[in-house]
Design a protein around this ligand. Sequence first.
Ligand SMILES: *Cc1c(COP(=O)(O)O)cnc(C)c1O
Length: 391
Amino acid sequence: MTGPKLGTLAVHAGEGETLAVPSTTTPVYQATTYRFDTAADAAAYLEAPEGRWLYSRLENPTVIAAERKIAALEGAEGAACFASGMAAMTAALQASLRAGDALLLCDTLYGQTTRLARDVLERFGVEIRPVPFEGLAAAVAAAPTNARALVFETPTNPTLRVADIPAVAAACRARSIRSVLDATFASPINLRALPMGVDLVVHSTTKFLNGHSDHLGGAVAGARSLLDGVLAMRRTTGGNMDAAAAYDLLRGMKTLEVRVLRQNDTALRVAQALEGHPRVEQVMYPFLASHADHALARRLLRGGGGVLSFTVRGGYEAVARVHDALGLVARASSLGGVESLASIPVISSHRNATDAELRAQGIGRGTLRVSVGLEDPEDLVEDLLQALERA
Ligand SMILES: *Cc1c(COP(=O)(O)O)cnc(C)c1O
């Protein structure tokens, strides 16, 4: 017998063949590197990498498929996927700022984004300028001349505030300040911010986009010219999404609209059931008429989203009893999954906030945040009402 020996066959047999399989799903390309036929092909990559393959920190077909789906959902020229929402935010800001620039940091941000600015970017010479959510467009207009980027969120955590995105984006454009919006709580089903003038939209795909609490990832979407800088940053810093994670994201996104529309309906139903309850001081949900940004939310959002918050009378002790009495709703952080989750901001996202900061943001010691899943809405209402009996 001639031909390759067993060890060689073990390495090569069956690999890298182009199988024309009309699969309905995108395979997981579990490869770090790709073959070139010739030196001319390898050299051609350097001239025009588009449509060619070199190394998976640079490009991976499964990840690219997920990026194309996100770009399509956001109405973006492109998207870039990352290992986490924080890796996505990091690359978006690193690509937008250099030492000496000022970053406008909205005062209602995901805690880790604030830490990224204050503990990391500031050390590299970026000046951090806090700007208030209230009157954000005016604060942008009055920003110092070295302001180069703004980070803000809609809806915010945990009070579900909605920014006047077109006004804020226009104020940024007028000053050549790059607007970066974390739209994780909205998902592209409820909010498409790029057509409203925002420069870069960031998602933690860990939440609604994947939707099954089994994936950690992030994405940045925007115009090609801006995205190229974000991709260059990813090539160098290496916060890439893994191909297997991209598959989970692709699969999750297929049901994104069905899930989010149902979660919108359920969250509104739950919010209405809680509003006016004698043990509830306040319910925060953008599609309730009582919400501070109700008119704006109805104008900008397709739905109020899957997250609502409410403040129980009696402060922390009371909300802790409600929290501990939940049956169907799991006591867990995160959001956007098929199972309902509840967490108390003052012992999670806002554990370091002072009383003054809590009051300024409308968060109480008795506030509970609930992310509704796909359970029957009436079962969720029943669970929350029985838990409120313990307040
Ligand atoms: C979860 C979350 C993040 C961070 O995303 P990770 O995937 O956990 O890194 C950023 N922004 C918002 C609004 C989030 O909810």
